[in-house]
Design a protein around this ligand. Sequence first.
Ligand SMILES: Cc1cc2nc3c(=O)[nH]c(=O)nc-3n(C[C@H](O)[C@H](O)[C@H](O)COP(=O)(O)OP(=O)(O)OC[C@H]3O[C@@H](n4cnc5c(N)ncnc54)[C@H](O)[C@@H]3O)c2cc1C
Length: 399
Amino acid sequence: MMMNDALEIDCLVIGAGPAGSITAREVARGGWKVLMVEKRPEIGVPVRCGEGISKELLDLIGLERAPSFVSAEMDGAKIISPGGTVLTLGPEIAGPEVGFVIEREMFDQELAKMAARAGAEIWMRAEAISYEDVGDHVVVKIKILSETFTVRARVVVAADGFESLVARWAGIETKIGPRDIDTCIQYEMVGIETDDRFTEFFVGRKYVPGGYIWCFPKGHGIANLGLGMNASMVKEPGEPRSYLDDFIRKNPRFSKGKITEINGGGVSVSLPLEETVADHLVIVGDAARMIDPLTGGGVYNACYAALQAGKTICEALEKDDTSKASLGPYERRWRDRLEMEMVRNYLAKEKLLEVSDETLEKVLSAIAEYDMKEISTEELLKALASKYPEVLKELAGLM
Ligand SMILES: Cc1cc2nc3c(=O)[nH]c(=O)nc-3n(C[C@H](O)[C@H](O)[C@H](O)COP(=O)(O)OP(=O)(O)OC[C@H]3O[C@@H](n4cnc5c(N)ncnc54)[C@H](O)[C@@H]3O)c2cc1C
């Protein structure tokens, strides 16, 4: 595939994060001509991620665990209440961010290499700057340094992340309010005391209103220490960072550590986009707001949806029909697996924004008394009802 000013391809993938690379790999494996464009000079850099993923994810995408991108293996997660109660969760219920702590840039680069090996072309420092549906295909302008190239694609994949513009260019409603965004700030720290087999989550207003602080250990006294705060609760710029600094200062486990990296960014804690396909367009990953609204984790969902996108695009190209109707099965395929959980976690997030530290303390301490592997939700609710009936009333919607 040569760069020229009217390149014709089957599939253009915009963005080389996990969503883009997995989709590109799947479509290329189907034997189609795929181009993936990435505006950054290096895939995955700078990292904007706590770097926690589930073990299941590697099986899902067919990637073998390798020391180049896995820093540490976790046995589970610990939730720490405002009063210091610790709730220990095994990996099976700790969620899709618990399993391995990775080097995200190396992980993203592995995925891009898989796409390249499958036959996808990759252009770096290549930014999609415009999008025009011209009937039976889409025309996208790609800027590389001072040059602009025209690409004609039968189908385009918007895998351009949280700040996605492509879906909007295609006329899809992508507005999002501050209550559906978490503002995140994260330090990589060295010389701190970590629990090397568990990721830790500090929850409650005492630490940060409308969010939580995480500590994802990488071994050797190194960890990602980060904070997510609901944007509707941020009163002035810099507030999330001052909560994180305050937490570190007051905690002797972390206060002597040194910061070796600062990163951050926004994550959607919303419901997914109502429409994730249009004529000649599929939207995948953060661009489709597929992040889990409770945990803020999005790599698993992005990869799961990308597999469904790849499969659907191959079928549509085979039929020589990339209309919205032909790409429609993608909606059902990813929603069948992910949507209910996203809705449930969205409602939980909404409820938790209102819950006081006192209530949270009671709930976590009641749950901490049980072995989470053995107790059912029903038994748990009964236990809560007998111990703290007022709490159950307050949390009615959430339960
Ligand atoms: C602070 C923070 C911590 C997080 N922690 C976790 C965690 O621990 N676990 C977890 O599972 N998830 C976590 N997430 C979420 C996770 O990072 C995302 O869900 C994941 O990156 C989604 O992948 P994606 O491919 O959809 O988007 P991205 O990884 O954002 O990739 C999008 C790519 O598109 C490129 N791009 C954008 N516009 C254009 C354009 N016009 N032309 C060309 N390229 C373009 C971008 O440069 C980028 O490389 C965290 C997010 C943040 C911000």
